[in-house]
Design a binder for this molecule. Structure first.
Ligand code: ASP
Ligand code: MG
Length: 492
């Protein structure tokens, strides 16, 4: 079985959805299961709608109508002859949900998830219709397929119950001889009962995560993530012109990359696939014959792959200042706990040496709450003068070099690359397979370019000299060139 997940741009309009139906039907013999995101921009629009309606702003009416109309128009573009009455019913349900939020001014996260879930639910209907109209048979499952806890906005899946739900959905589709089409991103709170379905979401960009969760639940052997780029690049090609697509990377490298800011996959999505050894692939919906990037277990081959450099922006460092910090017992632990208790992600501890004043790197948007929490935790120490005040260093980013095997030489080369750009990192940390620099956000692109040029490009050239095919033919790059060589490349 093959789980095929399509991102927002892949289902961005009628022709694109028809393209998706074609891609799915070409894999018919592999027993595909489709997981779809909302059409591009729809989740953002729904979140705006919820915010307007819950604050009593009448402007929601016009936006709601526009959103419904976009789905109706798309349906007509897919196939004007199809009976879209089910879509119309569900648009009515969306409207009732939004009106309820308006009437009760329900600004809760629960209501927000309920509204946000409509993007995926409607996309499922459109994709199913497109599969039908292309001569296949789609099995529309426009409710959640994943059971979660009730942490609205970023729910945690419950694997055992998910397996049950997903298997039921699959059984229903199979009984109808149909290809199961299901929504990404959304979940069913385990607190739901037969009368009340409580919807959750897995967090922004969570469709990738749902795809690998569904692949695990259904014991699929492969999960292909279709997006609008060629695969995993050695760097963001918008920043580095010479960035190349890697044909193969390990689960570990892919997971770390996602955590460190590479947008191509959701940070939590790799781990379920890795646990079960599911073949994970990132491919381009607009070049379906290009093999993209295979993500697999670490092997001699992945160890020999060139590295990848990624950047994560919009960060800051928070910490304490004061002459008596060394006297405060368990300073680091208390600092971390105070920040973690606000729900902020601790991206990195900029804690170069034990005894050094620790600083914690977090997302910029969390700075205010974190500073308040630190001031509260250390109120006594601030009053008695051991600590003077909380400190924030703004506009930071992390630049991370990831690969299965970095080695001393690569660490040195990377440090030299930073020095030659006259960038002094606020902190750095190294592991055998990742090297992280905390740098000013304004210097991030420049650092990424330099590391790519000085560390990754030599590795790409070296791989080419060794005759490693994708590099030696020079065509494993973004853009149309790769297409011309496709007969020499592995096919899906
Ligand atoms: N539609 C959701 C979002 O925009 C989930 C996803 O596309 O992955 O965040
Ligand atoms: Mg995405």
């Amino acid at each position: 079985m093959l789980v095929m997940k399509f991102g927002g741009t892949s289902v961005g309009d009628g022709p694109r959805i028809k393209n998706v139906a074609g891609i799915v039907l070409r894999q018919r013999e592999r027993q595909p299961v489709v997981v779809t995101s909302a059409m591009t921009g729809v989740t953002d629009a729904l979140l705006r709608l919820h915010s307007l309606a819950s604050t009593g702003d009448e402007a929601f009416r016009e936006q709601l109508e526009a959103l419904c109309q976009r789905h109706r128009d798309t349906a007509q573009m897919i196939d004007a002859a199809t009976d879209w009455s089910y879509l119309e019913d569900r648009l009515q349900d969306l409207q009732s949900d939004v009106l309820r939020v308006f009437d009760t001014q329900d600004g809760s996260l629960r209501a927000r998830d309920c509204i946000a879930s409509w993007g995926e639910k409607l996309a499922v209907i459109l994709v199913t219709g497109a599969i039908d109209s292309a001569g296949g048979k789609g099995g529309c499952w426009d409710g959640p397929m994943i059971v979660t806890d009730s942490h609205f906005g970023e729910a945690t899946p419950r694997p055992t119950k998910t397996r049950e739900l997903a298997k039921n959905a699959l059984a229903e589709a199979t009984a109808n001889d149909a290809i199961l089409v299901s929504p990404g991103f959304i979940g069913l709170a385990e607190a739901s009962d037969d009368q009340h379905e409580i919807i959750t979401t897995l967090g922004r960009g969570g469709s990738d995560y749902s795809a690998t969760l569904i692949a695990v639940a259904l014991e699929a052997d492969a999960c292909w993530i279709y997006t609008d780029v060629d695969g995993v690049f050695t760097a963001d090609p918008r920043i580095v012109r010479k960035a190349r697509v890697l044909p193969l990377i390990s689960y570990e490298t892919a997971g770390r990359l996602a955590m460190c800011g590479a947008k191509v996959l959701h940070p939590r999505s790799v781990s379920p696939a890795k646990r079960r050894g599911i073949e994970l692939r990132v491919c381009n919906t607009f070049k379906p014959d290009f093999p993209g990037t295979l993500i697999a277990r670490a092997s001699a081959e992945t160890h020999g792959c060139p590295q990848v450099v990624a950047g994560r922006r919009k960060l800051c460092a928070v910490g304490l200042q004061g002459a008596g910090l060394a006297e405060i017992p368990n300073l680091f632990g208390r600092l971390c706990r105070a920040i973690a208790d606000t729900g902020s992600e601790l991206v990195l501890a900029a804690h170069p040496v034990p005894g050094h004043d620790p600083q914690i790197v977090i997302e910029e948007g969390q700075a205010t709450v974190a500073v308040e929490a630190i001031a509260k935790e250390f109120a006594t120490e601030i009053t008695n003068g051991q600590a003077s005040n909380t400190a924030v260093t703004e506009h930071l980013a992390i630049c991370t070099l990831v690969g299965d095997d970095l080695g001393r030489l690569i660490v040195e080369q990377s440090q030299r690359a930073l020095a030659s750009e006259h960038v002094t990192p606020l902190a750095q940390s190294a592991a055998a397979d990742a090297l992280v620099f905390v740098v000013p956000e304004a210097a991030l692109d420049q650092v990424i370019r330099r590391i790519h040029q000085d560390v990754i490009e030599p590795a790409l050239r070296e791989a080419a000299q060794r005759g490693v095919r994708p590099y030696s033919n020079g065509q494993w790059a973004a853009g149309g060139k790769a297409q011309r060589r496709r007969s020499t490349l592995p096919q899906h």
